[in-house]
Design a protein around this ligand. Structure first.
Ligand code: SF4
Ligand code: SF4
Length: 488
């Protein structure tokens, strides 16, 4: 199959050698797990448990709330000891409502019937089961997988893209998953094809993971619907829009969805979770996380219960050295800086990185733009990062929107190549925050206007009722006067 290309992109040092040869190890069960109610795109889940309640492994802790949401399940058996605010896995460090579970070490599973053969179920039932298992996009997007499957089937998607590109430096969890659990991923992909009623799947892997390419080829050699493709390594090839362009040559329209091109992208970790849910009835309660970086004593790939703290993982990897300059959840290009190590792993966490100052490149102060145009060449979305940042600095919000800020996917390629070390994505994040604030203010003003109009309408109705009652009283008085005159 002919591969196409996408514009821009960069080649940051992959640094995958630090952990790529470490097999997946299971993290010893931490005594306490912290499960934030918001770990997916959409509305936070609603708790269905109370403090003091004992729960079994896999038992429902919180149900989905609304169409775009996902339920949460107990990653282990134990007792719910608190439901309250706890530090979120986000740069702001702001707390989020979180269920705290003290584990009992018994790993006692909730009782359930073995699930029926997924291929005997309707596509709708399969998608529903994926939703009930709380599965979200495991590549970091965190979008509920069942919603994606249902919408894509309705849109007539013809190709499932199983994303094993894993283009972020340092991160190797998908590489290890493909090397070690390829059969399960292929089974999950076959189940998703059934849910989509689609005829083919393309399994896309960057060529810096030859063992994973071979393992996946071996696993799907008897299924003619599946093709494994080795892609040239270039960041951000693993981003959905770029991957679609690489495979089909089609560009996702501005403001549109990937499925508008007839292709649906799901991460290899998502396919693996679909296999666990539909074959064994197991919800999404754990994931593979890469712990790496020059400041980590022994980088590793760990299978981790959701809710384990970053510090649990780092300690298991021998701890962090004093020269740690930056802690990240995710990769160095698109990951979130962490406010500390007491932050829980959530469904979309693919890496915990502890980088030294040299790795983080923090010593470089920003200098003025020299209009070299490198950021424009690197942008995979065809944007003008230097102009966007200029609009952000001058607080020209309509200008920055007109230049396509909403198409920026915060990939960081522009900042990576900028010789002036201008933190371009930070300007864009600032602009997004301001625009969100503006929208909130506009919604608030519209709400106040609506309340005022309702109040005025109520007042006008009351005045009218008063006038009608007065007129009625006047008419009755007149009537009485006529009657009295007639009697006289
Ligand atoms: S790469 Fe940096 S210096 Fe060059 S044009 Fe873009 S913002 Fe300016
Ligand atoms: S962060 Fe945004 S503007 Fe910069 S290269 Fe990526 S998509 Fe383009």
């Amino acid at each position: 199959m002919r591969l196409h290309t996408f514009r821009g992109g960069v080649h940051p040092p992959s640094q995958k050698h630090l952990s790529a040869d470490r097999s997946i190890e299971v993290l010893p069960l931490p005594p306490r797990l912290y499960i934030p109610l918001q770990q997916h795109a959409g509305a936070p889940a609603l708790p269905v448990v109370t403090v003091g309640q004992k729960v079994a492994k896999g038992e429902l802790l919180a149900r989905e709330h609304g169409v775009t949401s996902a339920p949460l399940h107990a990653p282990s058996s134990g007792t719910v000891t608190a439901i309250g605010d706890f530090t979120a896995p986000h740069a702001s460090g702001l707390p989020l409502p979180t269920i705290v579970l003290d584990t009992d070490g018994e790993e006692h599973w909730v009782e359930s019937e073995p699930p029926p053969d997924p291929f005997s179920r309707t596509p709708e039932e399969v998608a529903r089961q994926v939703g009930a298992a709380g599965i979200v996009g495991m590549g970091g997007a965190n979008f509920p997988a069942s919603v994606k499957l249902s919408k894509a089937r309705q849109a007539g998607v013809h190709t499932l893209v199983v994303n094993g590109a894993e283009c972020e430096p340092y991160v190797t969890c998908d590489d290890r998953l493909m090397r070690e659990r390829a059969t399960e991923i292929v089974d999950g992909a076959a189940i998703m094809l059934h849910a989509l009623q689609a005829p083919r799947a393309l399994i896309a892997i960057e060529d810096n993971k030859p063992e994973a390419v071979q393992a996946m080829r071996d696993a799907c050699q008897n299924d003619a619907r599946m093709t494994v493709l080795s892609l040239p390594s270039r960041y951000p090839a693993g981003s959905a829009k770029q991957l679609i362009q690489l495979l089909s040559g089609l560009e996702t329209p501005s403001g549109g969805r990937g499925t508008d091109t007839g292709l649906l992208v799901h991460n290899v970790g998502t396919a693996y979770s679909v296999h666990r849910a539909l074959r064994y009835g197991q919800p999404l309660i754990s994931r593979i996380v890469t712990v790496s970086g020059g400041a980590v004593a022994e980088p590793r790939n760990l299978e981790v219960p959701l809710g384990a703290l970053a510090v649990d993982l780092l300690n298991y990897c021998g701890g962090v050295s004093k020269d740690c300059a930056r802690l990240l959840m995710g990769g160095p290009m698109m990951g979130q800086p962490l406010p500390g190590v007491e932050v829980p792993v959530i469904k979309g966490t693919n890496g915990i990185l502890a980088l030294t100052a040299a790795e983080a490149g923090e010593a470089q102060p920003a200098s003025p733009c020299i209009r070299c145009g490198r950021c424009v060449e690197a942008c995979p979305m065809g944007l003008l990062p230097l102009e966007l940042s200029k609009r952000a600095r001058s607080e020209d919000w309509s200008g920055i929107q007109a230049l396509g800020l909403s198409d920026c996917m915060s990939c960081g390629s522009c900042a990576y190549v900028c010789p002036s070390h201008i933190p371009l994505p930070q300007y864009f994040a600032f602009a997004r925050g301001k625009l969100a604030e503006q929208r909130r203010e506009e919604r608030k003003s519209a709400h106040i206007r609506e309340l005022m109009e309702q109040r005025q309408a109520r007042f006008a109705r009351a005045e009218q009722a008063k006038a009608e009652a007065a007129a009625k009283r006047q008419a009755a008085k007149k009537q009485r006067a006529v009657v009295m005159e007639e009697e006289d």
